[in-house]
Design a protein around this ligand. Sequence first.
Ligand SMILES: [Zn+2]
Length: 435
Amino acid sequence: MPHTPPPTPTATLVEQVFARIDSGRDDLVALTRELVRIPTINPPGDAYRVCAEALGERLRRRGFEVRYLHAEGAPGDDPRHPRLNVLARREGVRPGPCVHFNGHIDVVEPGAGWSVDPFAGTVRDGRLYGRGACDMKGGIAAAVIAVEGLLAAGIALPGAVEVSGTVDEETGGFAGVGWMAEQGLFSRPRVDHVIIPEPLNVDGICLGHRGVWWAEVAFTGRIAHGSMPFLGVSAIRAAAAFLAKVERELLPALGRRLTQMPVIPPGARASTLNVNAIHGGVAEGMGGYPPALVADRCRLVLDRRFLIEERLEDVKAEIMALLDAVAREWPGIDYQVREIMTFLPTLTAADAPVVQALAFAVQAVLGRPAALVASPGTYDQKHIARIGHLHDCVAYGPGILELAHQPDEYVVVEDMVNAAKVMALAALRLYRLVG
Ligand SMILES: [Zn+2]
């Protein structure tokens, strides 16, 4: 006769939480739809208050203490587009760690190419479509359902649990997680472990990201009549000379530099440079054509993504060296570099408690090992690491990485349910309620 061992108390606890999450499936879909239907497009930062309140009032009804945190005077903050974050906290019954779930409520503009209404939250074939469904309102909803599952199962949590919805991640996060970190809201002893349900695939735990150096390079030359270009110095030709050096010298060198960080997709394991924009010549006037002039200005925007093995000084110096070479070869050309945004790479240790807890939970829920990955682009973890000095932070969520910012973005409902279970089980591990 087959022998079935009696359930252990621990198994019963986990089973209860999972049963709550399974029975909350429709609620999870409804919450995601509710959030997707609030068009929190950034820039400019629309409807932040509506979205923050939708999350905050729901959690208030679950016994959370809810604060709305207005990043007054932060970049982008104005009366029409207040930078409003929500932070919900529920104290535990005895001392213990604080587990924090953070998601950004802003989405990028939908752009063209949609076959469904990007703000309807259409559900079809087990997928929920909409701008932000994947990045990352589906992740926020999964985290909320995970936390509610823990509470509904009647578990007396130690420490505290926090859920935050923050703004402006898509434009750097300065008025969101960055601002909150400056207020001490992402530091010990207030917070111990942070999970950000960004879309890095339901079995992926994202340890960190590459660095970014964004800069504008402005070349200036000398204006002259277009019929006598030899009397001027063309800033466009100087910019072209610079780009030729980038093609010939820099890009091949960057392509050979590979990081040990597990960045996905694998193409992003190399160091990269993108030219985001080029604008040259004087403004185009009548008929949409510029006048007959030698261009005395040309501007490039560079997006340099660098590796944890590279130093920021070197990243800048190798571009400066190419610019200096152009200036030497082109008498009459001057250039200026303006830094737009710089973030250093960040990487949480693979043996950090939050990583171990999530890896255990992914294996338990999905029956396969978690993939430890890193992100090609930056996300709010940088602020928690650099400003909050909290290094037990990762991204883990249900969305599929490649769908972020795409038309017909969607999140798989089954992935949201599984991610909610993973997050709930990981929290139980971090609270030391399961062995
Ligand atoms: Zn995101």
